[in-house]
Design a protein around this ligand. Sequence first.
Ligand code: HPA
Length: 270
Amino acid sequence: MTLTEQLKETKEFLESKLAGCKPEVAVVVGSGLGGITQNIANTVLIPYAEIPHFPKPTVAGHAGQLVAGTLAGKKVVVLSGRFHLYEGRAVDEVTFPIHVVDALGIKLLIVTNAAGGINPQFKPGDLMMIEDHINFTGSNPLLGFGNGVKFLDLTQAYAPRLREKLDAAAEKLQIPIWRGVYLATTGPSYETPAEVKAFAWLGADAVGMSTVPEVIIARYHNLEVLGISVITNLAAGISSKRLSHEEVLTAGKAAEDKLARLLTEFIGAL
Ligand code: HPA
């Protein structure tokens, strides 16, 4: 079955579940950052396992769900749980949900993630608006994709219009937010201190293991993209502390409420 045929079935299934609710905004939430779903009214929950052609959970991966409903007066879809290259997945699986977002006719995508802070000003728990990214995954989701080669422009991958609106929302709520460059690796190992030093030289402010393949596919579909990183830890070597996944999850949880309030304000003001 081709991707187009799969997407037709997925779209028909989701549209029947959403029963006339036409979402305008999609949000992809990173590990432990799903707090925003608690602000959604009239929710429809659809486990990923029920959605035709959605990637299947891996042993290490967490089951996810799609949460649709109304947030701050806007119809939204939250993809709670994402697929990662570090699970050993093909990039086509990682980006499948973004094709689905496009198939549903949604034009605006918000991506969030947990990231290690490289910029020495960053502290765990801080937020960073993604201004641009560096694809250090060694792959590109457009390789071999579609008919012919698409030389996609990524000059303004993260929409300046949305960045300004996020600044306004942050200002209104008095939530401090940095701006910076997100660099993506495949993981699953964290970086060495030497890599973090090199990434700082390359211009990265934060490092993580997601988002970039999804944003490339979103821009392929001409979706407007907003990206926010939650700085869950200082990247390797920035502090002498060892990195742990538990620390990342705990810091993410601590910032979850702040992120949810900010996104709710941002979406309400769209
Ligand atoms: N490195 C890579 N990915 C991450 C990190 C990190 O330090 N923290 C959270 N995700």
